[in-house]
Design a protein around this ligand. Structure first.
Ligand code: SAH
Ligand code: SF4
Ligand code: F3S
Length: 471
């Protein structure tokens, strides 16, 4: 029996008043016409979604946003702890603000997100950067207005790591970054404890949002013109297990899919151990769900998968993929893979290469293993040198490039429905995306951004396609 989590709709009662107080303080404190905030988010879409709540709260306190820190009255780094590289960038970027803070001492610099849920890191940042005035972890997001008020009004440093992950706080204001492409979290946390991964330690236990709340939010997004909606969770396949009224992910997406409108529905991330045939049948039968499955395999070697605590083996993974290929014509498969897990041999790595060749992924997110303090893998023997791992990594990229290029070339001459996402440069080239998540470049006026169009594919690169809009 899984734990039950309380849903609290407590934002309006307890936190809105603090936003009014912040508004008042900022009227005196701002450098320009309006208070300006610079919010920099690292890491996955879950962090991006949290960043959108922070922007929602700051908007209510009168802030506007700029994408450079130079004029900002409030600077916030929303951090990611998943790999060392992500952490190093935060240390570097916060360090680089020293002069700005010296020049404008009233600018408040803050840190939040996954790194701040790790005690040793949060304390190191707090000590290394005395000009950081506010530090809070992922579980304290719902009380951000209060913390901001405390930091601004007291002039003292505020440091909060609220480890209570037993509640879901609804009703937090939201300002989405896009107006036709959006994230919709359906659950938080993770219970899987893959041995390499820090996420369960910094995001807490898995807990699902109420289905009625998700459906209401999806309906609002679709009615207000969102065309590409991604349901978010670290393991969406286990959605519903912590709810009083138990439900499944397949049931949830069938209900979202039944909402009328012209939109694509995506989700991430699916864990292969919980990816059922029912889910694949649901995708195959749906009206709006993209024919795209992001299914991280991490390693092609069953021995390594066991050490990773992934709860599936190579055969089980291939069985799901083959079922998906048989049920969903032209399904686009993408994945995450780690090279150089402790104890991985070249023989194991070759199994990863052969799995990639067998599945023929559209694209891959590829990572070199990065030890995370506090995870079991960080304690395992890791005899392979960094140089050797980099060599394997390059080999993997070459193989994947060959596969992706083959897939792209096979699409030349076809007509694809695409969502026009953005202008690229100034020569009328527009970046578009297929339902299978492949980028297509085509020329037309920028008026088309945010609309679905038909494109004839005329050229293929290794990763992207080029095409012509159909009349
Ligand atoms: N919940 C998702 C992914 C979360 S993290 C899932 O289970 O698939 C995103 C990706 O980062 C992971 O899929 C994994 O490939 C990679 N990753 C996580 N921890 C890592 C580590 N310590 N070193 C290298 N890559 C890592
Ligand atoms: Fe990390 Fe595994 Fe959870 Fe994904 S499922 S977030 S890789 S522990
Ligand atoms: Fe990073 Fe936290 Fe996401 S560690 S990958 S931002 S859940």
């Amino acid at each position: 029996m899984k734990e039950k989590f309380r849903t609290l709709n407590d934002f309006n009662e307890s936190q809105s008043e603090y936003l009014d107080l912040v508004y008042e303080i900022m009227q005196d404190r701002k450098r320009g016409e309006k208070p300006i905030a610079f919010i920099h988010t690292y890491g996955c879409q879950q962090n991006v979604a949290d960043g959108e709540h922070i922007k929602g709260m700051l908007s209510k306190a009168g802030f506007e946003f700029e994408d450079k820190p130079d004029n900002a009255d409030f600077i916030l780094f929303n951090t990611c702890a998943v790999r060392e590289h992500a952490e190093d960038r935060v240390f570097g970027n916060v360090g680089a603000l020293k002069n700005l803070k010296r020049k404008y001492p009233r600018t408040l610099i803050a840190l939040c997100g996954c790194m701040m849920e790790q005690k040793h890191i949060a304390e190191r940042m707090y000590k290394s950067f005395p000009y950081v005035g506010l530090v809070f972890g992922t579980h304290a997001l719902h009380m951000f207005p209060e913390l901001l008020y405390r930091a601004l009004s007291s002039g003292k440093r505020v440091y909060v790591r609220d480890n209570d992950d037993s509640m879901i706080h609804e009703g937090i204001p939201l300002k989405r970054d896009g107006n036709f492409k959006g994230w919709l979290p359906i659950m938080y946390g993770c219970n899987n404890f893959c041995t390499y991964c820090i996420v369960p330690y910094v995001r807490g236990r898995e807990r699902s949002r109420e289905k009625s709340i998700i459906l209401k939010e999806a309906r609002m997004m679709i009615e207000s013109g969102y065309k590409d909606i991604t349901l978010l969770g670290q393991n969406v396949n286990s959605y519903g297990k912590t709810l009083e009224n138990r439900t499944s992910f397949s049931e949830l997406i069938r209900e979202v899919d039944s909402i009328e409108g012209d939109y694509w529905l995506r989700f991430m991330t699916s864990h292969p151990k919980d990816c059922t045939k029912e889910l694949i049948d649901t995708i195959a039968d749906s009206k709006h769900i993209s024919k795209h499955l992001h299914l991280p395999f991490q390693s092609g070697s069953s021995r390594i998968l066991k050490l990773m605590n992934r709860h599936y083996d190579r055969e089980k993974y291939l069985e799901i993929v083959n079922y998906a290929k048989s049920k969903i014509p032209d399904v686009s498969l993408t994945s995450d893979v780690i090279v150089g897990f402790p104890g991985e041999t070249y023989e194991d790595f070759k199994e990863t290469l052969s799995l990639i060749r067998e599945v023929e992924f559209t694209s891959l997110f590829t990572f070199i293993y990065s030890p995370r303090v506090g995870t079991p893998a960080a304690e395992m023997d890791d005899p392979i040198s960094a140089e050797e791992k980099s060599k394997w990594f390059r080999e993997l990229l070459d193989v994947q490039e060959e596969i992706a290029s083959k897939r792209c070339n096979s699409m030349v001459g076809t007509t694809q429905k695409v969502l026009v996402e953005a202008e690229k440069g100034k020569d009328n080239t527009l970046n578009c995306r297929t339902s299978g998540n492949i980028i297509v470049e085509a020329k037309a006026s920028a008026d088309l951004v945010g609309t679905f169009q038909q494109v004839e594919i005329t050229e293929a690169g290794n990763w992207i396609l080029k095409g012509k809009f159909k009349e």
